[in-house]
Design a protein. Structure first.
Length: 153
């Protein structure tokens, strides 16, 4: 003969009821009393620790809020610095354009000055020729004066 699932469930329910009635009718042992006392103290300790942990978490939350505010301030400052850097970049771009214009002017002046250089070389040659001519004329006139003075004397 085999037992059905309903039979096993009925036996299980009967033993459960019997154990509960047996435990209720007898006085708790000193060990069980100590266990209940320990469980009570443990429950109190856990409640206190839970309060301490919740307090700690609230302090951490407050601190994180402060850090978030500080990071927001830093972000604002960085945004201002970025704007200033953008402004500086614009100014540097303007300076670059201005320097490019100055470079173009120097290039134009250099072309002009190369013309001046050849012109100054020509003037220098003319001055050198004039100096030789003047020196020759001065020496010739001086010799003529000396010769004339000797002749008259």
């Amino acid at each position: 003969m085999s037992l059905t699932a309903e039979d096993l469930q009925g036996i299980n329910q009967h033993f459960t009821t019997w154990f509960e009635e047996a435990n209720q009718s007898r006085d708790p042992s000193p060990f069980e009393l100590r266990q209940e006392e320990r469980l009570g103290r443990l429950d109190d300790t856990l409640q206190r620790l839970s309060g301490v942990v919740q307090h700690g978490f609230s302090r951490v939350d407050k601190r994180l809020d402060q850090v978030d505010k500080r990071l927001d301030q830093v972000d604002k400052r960085l945004d201002r610095v970025d704007k200033r850097l953008d402004h500086v970049e614009l100014r540097l771009d303007q300076v670059d354009l201005r320097l490019d214009q100055v470079d173009k002017r120097f290039d134009r002046n250099e072309i002009r000055y190369t013309g001046f250089d050849s012109h100054f070389q020509a003037i220098n040659q003319r001055i050198d020729r004039f100096m030789f001519f003047s020196l020759g004329l001065t020496v010739t006139v001086g010799m003529a004066v000396v010769t004339l003075v000797q002749m008259l004397s």
